[in-house]
Design a protein around this ligand. Sequence first.
Ligand SMILES: *Cc1c(COP(=O)(O)O)cnc(C)c1O
Length: 397
Amino acid sequence: MNSMTDRRSRPVYMDHAATTPVRPEVVEEMLPCFSERFGNPSSIYALAREARVTLEKARGQVATAIGARPEEIFFTSGGTEADNWAIKGVAAANKKKGDHIVTSSIEHHAVLHACRALEKQGYRVTYLPVDEFGRVDPAAVEEAITDKTILVSVMAANNEIGTIQPVAAIAKVAHDRGVPLHTDAVQAIGAIPIDVDSMGIDLLALSAHKFGGPKGTGALYVRRGTRIGTFMDGGAQERGRRAGTENVPGIVGLGRAIELATAEMPQKAPRLAAMRDRLIQGLLETIPDTRLNGHPSERLANNVNVAFRYVEGESILLMLDALGIAASTGSACTSASLEPSHVLTACGLPPEHAHGSLRLTLGPRNTEEDVDYVLSVLPRVIERLRKMSPLSPERYA
Ligand SMILES: *Cc1c(COP(=O)(O)O)cnc(C)c1O
């Protein structure tokens, strides 16, 4: 397999759904907040007021990006905290009204495990099924809502298979029954247009490190008038609803990153989609017993997810890593476990397909050369693994 050691000088990073590099423009804006402009935004001297001003500028940038008002944006430590706050906060504030939540079976674990935690406290949760492409049916949401339903939570776009959900239609059926809608938009920001008013979104989670910002910083959008409890008790930061000294550098980075990501989306998305489609077509054409996971068209521009029968996703990743390609089997959070992905299983994929799935997620730094390289090595990787696999039929021996 000498030809498979043609490792390129520059590694190929195709795991942008797991995290993205912080953009230089973002780093530049963050740096002074660590040193010269280090003030605590809650203090009262000039240095602190300066920090307060930069914080509020970032709040405005986040609000503008999703069509919200600045006072509806609350900074958090990331997407996981924002999801937890939305779900547990709405549950706590609506105890008297009801104890039922509707969500989907393909949510990120930040949503699923927050719901599980509530179930242990006596709440009831409906985990809606999805179709073979990973789509939630708005009619199923409508059917699941009862007089006791206090929240519907459906993600805007899935992190593993890239499927985009009909969020506006789901919000409409929820609102018809007086139920607020939360959406995990962590993968959607900077990838598809998001407007909280026209889409009817009441709560929205986002995370800076998924669109060129720093890790450990995110935000929860809360529509004015939505009943939600506080998440952190302590000082009066974030208008008393999320205590703790603000991560000023991170928040400044979030603001700049979301501004850049949304402004550049119209130019960048078509380029990514073209590379995505070339990868998908190339893999399906050159590798037998391969299928596309997720929706063929209602799909994030940067997401490729394919299932190769008779091989283990983990072995594919190891061989790709040796060839300088960073990819994933699904979500980074489950890559240490050998359980098949809950998302692929919910889409009805038999375990033998789910186990052999590979996710390649593109970013603006990927080039056509990167695509060529992956298309040139992957068929040989799969062929080799199938030769070694006890699951393979005769023809691969
Ligand atoms: C990455 C991700 C999260 C978690 O965000 P963190 O900022 O890493 O905590 C939540 N939901 C989705 C869909 C994600 O892709």
